[in-house]
Design a protein around this ligand. Structure first.
Ligand SMILES: *Cc1c(COP(=O)(O)O)cnc(C)c1O
Length: 390
């Protein structure tokens, strides 16, 4: 059999199960409006929560350094890819997260994989929330430690499982701060008390919480007023740029610099991206009003949809999942939304459990009241058409 034939047969199965995916090409980048597939659409799926990805101040910061340092970093951090801008950004992240140190990775994905594959050793146990991000799951798979999955944000289940493990084994608890498909917030305060009781180390993946949760946008730790042992984050969401990081103690970052393979064997991000990220963190700390505005828009969308009779998940974060159930219906819904000029993707298994296909909305500070009204009007119309609401 030819390779393409063999692959096509497998792709046919993907199509049959309603799970086929394809790329969407955007012709413009001025979110939240975009032109894609020759149609003007309002985007309700971006992670650009505070509108920083196209903020003039970030563009200016990147541009200045771009001319000085060039486009690419041309090396890994341990060879020729470490500039003063990488160092400045790491110091800025550490002060933003209020930790002793921080270490930059090329993405949040690589930070998760790097930490989980290097810290826990054979014989150790990682307790991982059932709905953790794919990069956490892949990190656990690469680790030589055993992984135990506990029920989503269920600290009773976590405690049961911690009790079952022999106390001489080192335990780690890993959780998303804000869950990317459900919008729920991890009960980090309770997790920290359990960790103390059972001698476990806590790793939090704050990808969606950084810039959004806490008075100064420092994330889940600030939201609950606790200090996890290890924080992982990304610059690609509210920060508006790209790259990942780990923050914690100086010994932790020193260890990762020496042992995390995704740090050692990866070309570092561009210095101009570091400069833009630096500017973004300065802005985020001073964006209290923007965060309040964001949360008020979230509330408006969530209550609007609930009043119509939709099942809406989430914990008051900018991720608002609207449950549709059947994967085909979810895809139809997303298509109809596009005809109404709204882009929000259908999320289907295996990303979410079977029977929980959904439209995943995200709200940003850039969405106007009119755009939110249009969104709600379309949901009322399509929901009735597809008999999801009455
Ligand atoms: C987006 C995301 C990541 C990956 O971050 P990137 O910088 O895009 O690689 C990791 N964890 C969670 C929870 C995320 O939502």
């Amino acid at each position: 059999m030819k390779l393409d034939e063999w692959l096509s047969q497998r792709l046919d199965k993907t199509k049959e199960s309603g799970l086929y995916r394809r790329l969407r090409t955007m012709d413009t980048s001025s979110l939240p409006e975009m032109v894609a597939d020759e149609r003007q659409q309002i985007v309700f799926s971006s992670n650009n929560y505070l509108g920083l990805a196209n903020d003039e101040r970030l563009i200016y910061a990147a541009e200045t350094i771009l001319h000085e340092f060039g486009v690419g970093s041309s090396g890994s951090r341990l060879t020729t890819g470490h500039t003063k801008w990488h160092q400045k950004l790491e110091e800025r992240i550490a002060s933003f997260k209020q930790t002793e140190a921080a270490l930059l990775f090329s993405s949040g994905y690589l930070a998760n994989v790097g930490v989980l594959s290097s810290l826990p050793q054979k014989g150790d146990v990682i307790f991982s929330d059932q709905l953790n991000h794919a990069s956490v799951i892949d990190g656990c798979r690469l680790s030589k430690a055993d992984t135990v999955i506990y029920k989503h944000v269920d600290t009773d289940d976590l405690e049961e499982k911690l009790k079952e493990v022999a106390c001489d084994r080192q335990c780690f608890i890993v959780t998303d701060g804000v869950f990317s498909m459900d919008g729920t917030i991890a009960p980090l305060d309770k997790i920290m008390s359990l960790a103390e009781r059972y001698g476990a180390f806590v790793i939090i993946d704050d990808a969606h919480a950084t810039g959004v949760l806490g008075e100064n946008g420092r994330g889940t730790s600030e939201h609950f007023g606790v200090t996890p042992h290890i924080t992982i984050g990304t610059l690609s969401k509210a920060v508006g740029t790209e790259g990942g990081f780990v923050s914690g103690s100086k010994v932790l970052t020193d260890f990762l610099l020496n042992h995390a393979r995704t740090f050692i064997f990866q070309t570092s991000i561009s210095p101009c991206i570091c400069a833009a990220s630096y500017a973004a963190l300065e802005i985020i700390e001073q964006s209290k009003e923007q965060r309040q505005l964001l949360l008020s828009k979230v509330k408006q969308v969530k209550t609007g949809l609930e009043e119509m009779g939709y099942e809406v998940k989430g914990g008051g974060t900018p991720i608002i999942p609207v449950i549709i159930g059947d994967p085909y219906k979810a895809v139809d819904f997303a298509k109809r939304l596009q005809q109404e000029g709204i882009y929000a993707p259908a999320i289907r298994p295996p990303t979410v459990p079977i029977g929980e296909s959904r439209i995943r909305l995200t709200v940003t500070t850039d969405h106007s009241s009119k755009e939110i009204d249009d969104l709600l009007t379309s949901f009322r119309l399509i929901g009735k058409e597809l008999s999801i609401i009455v």
